[in-house]
Design a protein around this ligand. Structure first.
Ligand SMILES: NC(=O)c1ccc[n+]([C@@H]2O[C@H](COP(=O)([O-])OP(=O)(O)OC[C@H]3O[C@@H](n4cnc5c(N)ncnc54)[C@H](O)[C@@H]3O)[C@@H](O)[C@H]2O)c1
Ligand SMILES: O=C(O)[C@H](O)[C@H](O)COP(=O)(O)O
Length: 377
């Protein structure tokens, strides 16, 4: 059996090599019909378009994407061709929640407002948005969510109110058809309807926002801010858009080690089921232990300070923003290479809930519990 896989999928040797005779790794953006012709199994991440053009005439029987998103798979074609496919729902949801929390700290500093004085509107309350809503609510942030497919969150009232918050964060798939399509969900009209001093965060898919409309809006409304992890023009985002964003990062919101490893583990499980083989390898055997972070507070520490320090100890989005600045001024071709390299060589980042805090006399442990941080005295 032959497996062809994106070279950026972690744990290929640990999970997949034992299942096959031949494991070939290739750059995800460059996979061709010839590359997969004699493969039985194809493993991808979000940058490989998997459609008839790629698979026609091949032996491929199973396609696994080690990601949450599936917009790069032509699932209608796969189903009609009898090719089984699987994705990894929820694998990196915690990483995206941590990303949004870290962004909120930056916003709170910029606006000189407590993180718990700003309201948050969440558009799409699936794996990511649902976890974010729960976390923010537990931490004491005023948060609401709209989702047309979730009972209780599907009202007309929420559909309007969600855009009227201080921070609006997008967590939908990209869809081009249907009553609730999300392509250019955020356009000129939507932007004009938002608070003039709002912050819009997009860590789902670039084209959920009309990027040109956003650029016009942030040029004109100086108090409005945008934080983008995803762009319509990936992997060569527009320089002016990058410069005008409060934070810009290279599609890494879900790039914690835990999120990426879980993506591989979920596809390994799905492949074993497809092949009717026992699951001999477990993620726990392959994932390194998270480091114990000693974070000290005095009994006088304010709750807000405890919250800020713990989030920052786990993940500081500004590091990714500064790395992204290296793209400015490059040609489109150079920029695409640099964008992909930032992602390929992404530093190890652990989910906040993998951290253990060694701390005494903490006020507001309930907030750390909400983040999933274990306490050790
Ligand atoms: N930047 C990254 O690294 C990164 C990481 C993970 C996921 N993502 C993206 O984020 C998206 C969301 O992830 P998820 O795991 O929560 O997906 P999910 O499928 O669990 O949830 C998406 C939710 O959006 C809702 N939705 C659909 N159309 C909507 C609309 N018009 N308005 C409001 N809600 C709508 C759906 O009903 C669903 O509940 C993924 O599809 C993926 O594209 C990006
Ligand atoms: O859909 C997802 O899971 C994310 O967008 C994913 O983290 C993107 O990473 P990539 O597949 O491009 O490596």
């Amino acid at each position: 059996m032959k497996i062809v896989a994106d070279e950026n999928i972690p744990l290929l040797d640990g999970f997949f090599a034992p299942l096959c005779q031949d494991l070939v790794t290739l750059p995800g953006r460059k996979m061709s019909n010839a590359d997969v012709a004699d493969a039985d199994i194809l493993l991808v991440r979000s940058i490989t378009k998997v459609d008839q053009a790629l698979l026609q005439g091949s032996k491929v029987r199973f396609v696994g994407t080690c990601t949450i998103g599936t917009d790069h798979l032509d699932t209608d074609y796969l189903e009609q061709a009898g090719i089984k496919w699987a994705n990894a729902p929820g694998c990196n949801a915690k990483a995206v929640v941590d990303y949004v929390l870290s962004c909120m700290l930056v916003i709170s500093e910029m606006k000189q407002r407590s993180i718990r004085d700003m309201s948050v509107g969440i558009v799409g309350a699936g794996n990511v948005g649902g976890m974010l809503l729960e976390t923010l609510t537990q931490v004491g942030v005023e948060a609401i969510a709209y989702d047309p497919n979730i009972e209780g969150l599907d009202s007309e009232e929420l559909k309007t109110a969600v855009w009227q918050q201080d921070i609006v964060t997008l967590h939908t798939p990209i869809t081009k058809e249907g009553e609730h399509k999300t392509f250019h969900l955020v356009d000129d009209a939507r932007l004009s309807s938002m608070k003039p001093n709002a912050v819009l965060i997009n860590s789902c898919r670039g084209a959920v926002i009309d990027n040109q409309a956003l650029l016009r809006h942030i040029r004109e409304v100086k108090t409005f801010s945008a934080i983008l992890d995803v762009f319509e023009e990936e992997p060569s985002p527009n320089d002016e858009l990058l410069t005008r964003c409060l934070l810009a990062t290279p599609h890494i919101a879900g790039y914690s080690l835990d999120g990426k490893y879980q993506g591989s583990a979920m596809i390994y499980d799905a492949l074993c089921e497809f092949l009717a083989l026992p699951r001999r390898t477990k993620l726990e055997q392959l994932i390194p232990e998270a480091q114990l972070r000693k974070v000290s507070f005095s009994s006088e520490s304010e709750e807000e300070f405890v919250l800020q320090k713990m989030i920052r100890s786990g993940y500081d989005v500004r590091d990714d923003h500064y790395r992204m600045k290296s793209l400015l001024g490059l040609s489109d071709e150079e920029k695409a290479k640099a964008f992909d390299l930032l992602r390929k060589n992404y530093p190890v980042r652990r989910d906040l809930n993998r951290l253990v805090a060694s701390a005494r006399n903490i006020r507001g442990n309930y907030m750390l519990e909400a983040l999933g941080i274990k306490m050790k005295s």
